[in-house]
Design a protein around this ligand. Structure first.
Ligand code: SF4
Length: 256
């Protein structure tokens, strides 16, 4: 049965207790924390570049041509000095990523918001708190997963990332994925999911199944962004379904 802590997490997510049915499969009873057990692997190839829009000025220092040669320290240092797109001119600081660099589960979101830009950490503030509760509901803390964004710099006024910014930043994320070598990626929100999977399909259509990311065919699931769930709490039950599927997949249960 659900313990008090998990009940509290679900309550914080806004999931009514009558939603906490166990999955139909027999593999997902209690939800213990997973163990980290992965090692470093070579990087996947970055997506092909798109031509920059006329409105954007050219940057003087592009992303290094081969981020795949960088280790964690080199990668973090290179990102902190990156000027490969115009977002470098409005950021307070880059937001690299946090968590266990050998995590089994990697969370990938969209881009830093105002608070992330200020603190230098992804998923803080109310949306971050909800993400923490979502993870806690399946027995994970943010220290046990690795969390990163598609973009490392905040788009002004929290606008959606532009295609050329995603392309410019893609090599950094590709290297992070290669270094973490996660067993599973959870893309949160439509921007992350659509850019990672190169599709225009909605989160509603992409969630509920396992996708394969890149040449390494990393398993990837999709769920709603916590910020969206704060605006649309009626969707939290679907997010809870997605998290249960994540837990089952990490623990060898039946994959939907
Ligand atoms: S968003 Fe990415 S590519 Fe653009 S400046 Fe920041 S780190 Fe570089």
């Amino acid at each position: 049965m659900l313990d008090d802590r998990r009940k509290a997490c679900l309550a914080a997510m806004g999931i009514p207790l009558w939603e906490q049915r166990r999955p139909a499969t027999a593999e997902a009873p209690e939800l213990p924390a997973p163990t980290a057990e992965t090692e470093v692997e070579p990087p996947p190839a970055a997506p092909a570049a798109e031509p920059p829009p006329a409105a954007e000025p050219a940057r003087s220092a592009p992303t290094p041509s081969d981020p795949s040669a960088l280790d964690w320290d080199g990668l973090e240092a290179a990102v902190s000095h990156c000027r490969a797109c115009s977002l470098c001119e409005t950021r307070t600081q880059t937001v690299f990523g946090v968590g266990d660099r050998q995590a089994r589960l990697m969370i990938i979101g969209e881009a830093p918001g105002a608070e992330e830009d200020r603190q230098g950490e992804p998923f803080v503030g109310r949306a971050g708190q909800l993400l923490d509760n979502m993870l806690a509901a399946i027995g994970l803390s943010r220290e046990q997963v690795y969390i990163a964004n598609i973009l490392k710099c905040r788009p002004p006024s929290n606008r959606d990332p532009r295609a050329e910014e995603v392309v410019a930043c893609s090599g950094w994320l590709a290297r992070q994925i290669a270094l973490v070598e996660p067993e599973l990626i959870l893309a949160v929100g439509g921007v992350a999911a659509k850019n990672l999977l190169d599709t225009d399909q909605s989160v509603g259509r992409l969630r509920g199944r396992v996708h394969a990311l890149g040449e390494a065919q990393v398993p990837l699931r999709v769920t709603y962004h916590p910020a969206y769930l704060l605006r649309r709490p009626e969707e939290k039950a679907k997010a809870w379904e997605d998290l249960q599927a994540v837990w089952r997949q990490l623990h060898g249960g039946t994959v939907q």
